[in-house]
Write a new protein. Structure first.
Length: 603
């Protein structure tokens, strides 16, 4: 029974985790051959670079080392930041590390736009090899890709729970197909297996000089999706992903080696994978094409779900403005839908497709965000192992940092050819995050919270002198030691006071999961305090927690800040605050009980 459960989780990992890296063989070799002549020596060098890139970056960096660093089984850039900050404590490195983590998150978001675009577009372009459809125009192929993308994003609101069970089996068939077609080509030229020797990679880099940077900027496409292995660890656990990689790695290399053998025999012909399969199986090419489209849809779905997750993590750690969230699964809290993110992502994907028009052109822009994010993750891992005094891992991470930095340097050569799109796409969330964090800090300094002792003195006088409203009123405040000013407005200006007044504080911890509550009744006559500490990935049901402690409120009050300024940055912050739903909606409290109290701030 246990072995069956483990096997099912491994198959699930194929669909949920390996979609992005698993569809890279569709376009990687083809894009590499756009920048270098497909001679035997070059093909051997390219294949050697691919193998050792997958080994060092994916196997060593992510599967073996990064996955040994987690917080309650969770991984990803935000988790790495929290783990590292717990070791640094009050160090002067805390601000730059936090800043680097934000850059990594934004680069991941930029990657989240390009991944669905290049994956779907590259698969759809295989239609041009179907007999009778060779003359389809590029715009028709873009139109088909756009229809697939629109359909994929349109079903997100309903959730993927009902169809996600088939993701793993479909990807298992996909990897089996890659293995069989690649292995068949290798049989015709078994000498291609010699390309696994590292001396071909080193010889290629030394002989090609500056050209090798251009090649490396394309080789990086074979390791896109590496960050997803780590970021998605919390969904399935470390073991299924590691065991899944033992299936995926050989399948990928069989396909890459097979494509190399095919090019040596037939020359480079557009999409190498599709040309190879079309030559091998003839009439069975169409099922393979449909399978490849399904695989790219699954890969895109994984990236979309990852975007939802990282935005949710950003909201709970208060670096991203709150947005309306729908939970699409009654059994899996990790399955969420964020309407704003979904449609902005779709618009961005369609814009990228129309702008670049082909996977070959898009490949020229792809990779910069990926390598930037990987380099940041490697640096944080290096510092974590250094703080843990694990010298062996420090040495390995130092080598990996050099490798990742080399890939990043190589990817910078893509800037004039569309690579700037990665930076533009990442700059949008970066600007929002920076404005939001800066504005929140400015707002906090502008706020004039009431010291607890001063508040209590006035409260007791008021409570003893006026008539109270029957029932309980809830008031959200971040810290009971300094009472939010809107509460003072309600009590002391409007003289609104309930028989039972309960301050509610919600605080995020540095851990992804875990909820603890504390209810201190009657700290003063008619005044109680209810505290909630929650992990940053927990989905809070505040109403349920209140009921567990016998709290049945009549009214819920919360503060709304109205920002007024003659400076553009604060006006932008004000717009962000206005379009962001109040946090009480974020916790799905009963709307008929909620009352917002507006406080105007001049900044």
């Amino acid at each position: 029974m246990v072995s069956r459960l483990a096997d099912s989780r491994i198959i699930k990992s194929l669909g949920l985790v390996f979609g992005d890296i698993g569809t890279s063989p569709i376009y990687t070799i083809s894009i590499i051959l756009l920048v270098i002549n497909p001679s035997e020596q070059n093909i051997f060098g390219i294949l050697s670079l691919i193998f050792w890139s997958l080994f060092f970056v994916i196997t060593l960096q992510y599967v073996w080392l990064a996955m040994s660093v987690s917080s309650k089984g969770e991984g990803g850039t935000i988790v790495l930041k929290e783990v590292l900050l717990s070791h640094l404590k009050e160090s002067s490195l805390v601000p730059p590390i936090s800043f680097l983590a934000i850059i990594g998150i934004c680069l991941f978001m930029g990657d989240g736009v390009i991944t669905p675009a290049i994956s779907i577009l590259s698969a759809v372009e295989g239609i041009a090899l179907v007999p009778g459809l060779e003359n389809l125009s590029g715009m028709i192929l873009i139109g088909i890709a756009a229809i697939i993308a629109i359909s994929l994003f349109s079903i997100q609101r309903r959730g993927t729970e009902q169809i996600s069970w088939m993701f793993g089996p479909v990807m298992l068939v996909w990897f089996l197909s890659l293995s069989v077609t690649g292995g068949f080509a290798i049989i015709h030229n078994p000498r291609i297996l010699l390309a696994l020797s590292p001396h071909y990679a080193l010889g290629f880099l030394l002989e090609q000089g500056i050209v090798s940077l251009l090649v490396l900027s394309a080789v990086v496409l074979c390791i896109t999706g590496g960050e997803a292995l780590y970021a998605d660890m919390g969904h399935l656990g470390r073991e299924p992903i590691i065991k899944g990689w033992y299936i995926v790695f050989p399948a990928l290399m069989l396909s890459y080696l097979g494509q190399g053998a095919f090019v040596l025999e037939h020359g480079s012909m557009g999409s190498v994978l599709f040309s190879m399969v079309s030559t091998q199986v003839g009439v069975l090419y169409l099922p393979f094409l449909l399978l490849s489209i399904c695989a790219t849809i699954i890969a895109s779905q994984a990236m979309i779900s990852g975007m939802f997750s990282i935005v949710y993590q950003g909201m709970t750690t208060r670096i991203i403005p709150k947005m309306k969230i729908d939970f699409t699964s009654s059994s899996m809290q990790s399955q969420i839908y964020i309407d704003t993110v979904n449609w902005l992502l779709l618009i961005s994907v369609l814009l990228v497709m129309i702008t670049f028009q082909s996977s070959e052109h898009l490949g020229a822009a792809y990779g910069l965000a990926v390598t930037g994010n990987m380099t940041i993750s490697t640096l944080m891992l290096l510092l974590i192992f250094y703080k843990k005094r694990d010298n062996v891992k420090v040495g390995i991470m130092s080598l990996l940092l050099v490798i990742d930095a080399t890939f990043l340097l190589a990817s910078l050569t893509k800037l004039p050819h569309g690579g700037y799109w990665s930076l533009i796409l990442a700059a949008v969330p970066f600007a929002i995050i920076v404005i939001f964090i800066t504005g929140q800090k400015k707002l906090y300094t502008t706020l004039k919270p009431i010291p607890y002792d001063q508040f209590i003195e006035r409260y007791n006088e008021l409570y003893a002198s006026i008539c109270k409203i029957s029932g309980a009123g809830l008031y959200f405040t971040s810290d009971i030691k300094y009472v939010s000013p809107y509460i003072g407005t309600i009590f002391f200006q409007n003289n609104i006071l309930y028989e039972s007044n309960i301050f509610v504080s919600i605080r995020m911890t540095n851990h992804p999961f875990g909820i603890s509550t504390y209810f201190q009744q009657e700290i003063e006559k008619g005044l109680s305090f209810f505290s909630i500490e929650t992990g940053y990935m927990e989905v809070l049901d505040v109403e349920s927690l209140l009921r567990q402690h016998g709290i049945d409120e009549k009214t819920i009050f919360y503060g709304i800040e109205n920002i007024m300024s003659d400076k553009m940055i604060w006006n932008l912050f004000g717009i962000i605050k206005k379009v962001s739903p109040p946090f009480v909606q974020f916790y799905a409290l009963p709307s008929e009980k909620i009352h917002g109290v507006i406080t105007r701030f001049i900044m």
